[in-house]
Design a protein around this ligand. Structure first.
Ligand code: DAH
Length: 328
C-alpha cells in the first residue's frame, strides 16, 4: 500500500501536459470515478483496523493533491488558449470588406420618385395579390375582352377571381375609389406575369405608375410632365416622341419613346384616363379629367447601366451588385 501511494503521488506531481486531451487523461487516471485513487478507497475497505488508521489520511491527502493539480493544470491551459486567440496576426490578408450597395432597381426607383416628388406627386402603394375588379374590370378590361390577353396572368383563385397583379394600375382604382380629386400620385411596386424567364422577360418585375386627376387636365399636361421626366432621368438633351397606342383604361393612349443613341426607345405607356374608369370610381368625367402612365423600372435600369440580362436583378450575385457601390 505504501509503495502504491508513493507511486501515485509521484505520478501526480510529475505529470506534465497542457493539451486538453492530456488533462482529460489526468482527470480519468486520478480524479474520475474509475481513477486509481478511487480504486484505493475500495482497497482501503478491506484493510485491518490498524492499517486503516495508518493509511486513511495519506489516501485522503492524495485525493486532495490530485484535485488541486487538475484545477491548476486546466487553469494554465485556459490562459494559454486565451492569449493565443487575443493575438492578432497582422501578416494575414485583410478580410473582404462588407460595405453594401443599393440594388440598381432601388436606385432607379428612388430617382423616379424624387423626380416626381419635386413637382408635387405623392407616393402610394397597393396589394400584389389583387381582386379581378382592381386589376382588370374597373380598368375597363371586361371579362373575356381580348385586351386581357396583353398580360399573361397568374390566377390565385377563380370565383372570386384573384390574381397576382399584372401591373401597378390596380392602385389607380383603389385610390380613386377612396379619395376625391385633385390627386397627383406615383405608385411604385412589383408585378407578375406568367412569362418564361429569359434575358428579356421575367415572371416578376417592377413598375412605377403615375396618376393625375383634376379639373381640366389635358394631353398637354401629360406631354409636359413626361418630357420633364425624360430630361431629368436621361439628361437635358433627351428628346421624346409619342406614338398612338391602345390601353383599355386610357383614351387616347400613347407610348412614349426617348431618343437613344441613333434611334428611339420605348420607355412607357400613357394616356388620358378613360371616362368609364372615372365613372367606375364614382368620379364625374364631366367635371374631372386625368392622365396616367406606367413604366418598367427594370427597363430603365437596363438602359441607364447597360445591363443586358433581366435575370441579373434577382440572382443576388455579389459580383453584379457590388458594382453599384456608392451610386445613389
Ligand atoms: N399598365 C400598363 C402595362 O403594364 C402600362 C400603362 C400604360 C399604365 C398606360 C398606365 C397607362 O397608367 O396610362 O402595360
Amino acid at each position: 500500500m505504501k509503495d502504491l501511494l508513493n507511486k501515485l503521488k509521484n505520478g501526480i506531481e510529475k505529470f506534465e501536459g497542457s493539451t486538453e486531451e492530456s488533462i482529460e487523461k489526468f482527470r480519468v487516471d486520478y480524479v474520475g470515478k474509475k481513477s486509481k485513487i478511487n480504486k484505493l478507497f475500495e482497497d482501503f475497505k478491506k484493510l485491518s483496523v490498524d492499517e486503516k488508521k495508518k493509511y486513511g489520511k495519506p489516501i485522503n491527502d492524495l485525493k486532495t493533491l490530485a484535485k488541486e493539480r487538475l484545477i491548476s493544470l486546466s487553469q494554465k491551459s485556459k490562459k494559454k488558449t486565451a492569449t493565443r486567440s487575443n493575438k492578432i496576426d497582422f501578416t494575414l490578408p485583410p478580410q473582404e470588406d462588407t460595405i453594401g450597395a443599393l440594388h440598381p432597381l432601388r436606385i432607379v426607383r428612388n430617382k423616379i420618385i424624387k423626380i416626381f416628388r419635386d413637382i408635387g406627386f405623392s407616393i402610394e402603394e397597393g396589394p400584389e395579390i389583387e381582386k379581378d375588379w382592381y386589376n382588370f374590370t374597373a380598368l375597363n378590361f371586361p371579362k373575356n375582352h381580348p385586351a386581357r390577353e396583353m398580360q399573361d396572368t397568374f390566377f390565385i383563385s377563380k370565383d372570386p377571381d384573384m390574381v397576382l397583379r399584372t401591373h401597378t394600375s390596380n392602385v389607380q382604382i383603389r385610390l380613386m375609389e377612396k379619395e376625391k380629386p385633385p390627386m397627383r400620385v406615383i405608385i411604385p411596386g412589383r408585378v407578375y406575369r406568367n412569362e418564361t424567364v429569359s434575358a428579356k422577360s421575367h415572371c416578376f418585375f417592377h413598375q412605377v405608375e403615375g396618376l393625375y386627376v383634376d379639373k381640366d387636365v389635358s394631353f398637354k399636361d401629360l406631354k409636359d410632365t413626361l418630357y420633364y421626366f425624360a430630361r431629368e432621368m436621361f439628361g437635358e438633351k433627351t428628346k421624346v416622341r409619342f406614338r398612338p397606342s391602345y390601353f383599355p383604361f386610357t383614351e387616347p393612349s400613347a407610348e412614349m419613346d426617348i431618343s437613344w443613341k441613333n434611334g428611339w426607345l420605348e420607355i412607357l405607356g400613357s394616356g388620358l384616363v378613360d371616362p368609364n374608369v372615372l365613372k367606375n370610381c364614382n368620379i364625374d368625367p364631366n367635371e374631372y379629367s386625368g392622365f396616367a402612365f406606367g413604366m418598367g423600372i427594370e427597363r430603365i435600369a437596363m438602359l441607364k447601366y447597360g445591363i443586358e440580362d433581366l435575370r441579373l436583378f434577382s440572382e443576388n450575385d455579389k459580383r453584379f451588385l457590388k458594382q453599384f457601390r456608392g451610386v445613389h
